[in-house]
Write a protein that binds this ligand. Sequence first.
Ligand code: C5P
Length: 223
Amino acid sequence: MSKRDLVGRTVLVTAGGTREPLDPVRFIGNRSSGKQGVAVAEAAIARGATVILIGANLEVAPPLGARVVEVGTTLELQMAVDAEVATADLVVMAAAVADYRPTEIAPTKIKKSSDSNTLELRLQENPDILRQISTNRARDQVIVGFAAETEPDDETLLQLGRAKISRKGCDFLVLNRVGWTEGFASDGNTVIVIDTAGDRVGEASGSKLSVAHRILDLVFAAR
Ligand code: C5P
């Protein structure tokens, strides 16, 4: 039985990976399964929080007890976050969000060209949702971002994390190494959590549910 330290709190979690359509049958996406974000939602529910889970193309079932909003693209995720963020005491942005989307979505399936063996795609930058909610927050909310990086060593991961947290303006950043076999679709995870000063406030390794509980401990303990 988990400790019930989040009774009366509202936690908004984003999970999964956004997909940006190219045409009616294709998209640009990433390999995020949504497992870590769903585990954060599950941990928060077990600790008594009211949980809103915004799921982008989840490959795992959302936990019982969460109010789930399903989205596909980054712009849909942005709309859902904007609609839900006001009531949240804690926001955990675990979703892997596409930084770019195609400038145009072809109305019919893009055909293979007969006179060129390359195809160019034009991409448009997506809004940075984490940065926007961190900048515009109206009250004392705790905002946690995730940074999935492929860098092999902790020092480089921390350097990237420090630059990212100052760019994003969130309170904590969960640094998560991902790659062909690590991070995204696996059942376990290893993370380092840093604060706005770029200091390492803790780390966690183990099942995604145990990592989720540790993240909640760290971000609430620091308040
Ligand atoms: O810059 P990067 O994509 O690594 O940032 C990761 C963090 O920012 C995650 O918490 C992700 O949910 C969030 N993000 C966002 N909007 C974007 C890109 C990322 O909210 N356009």
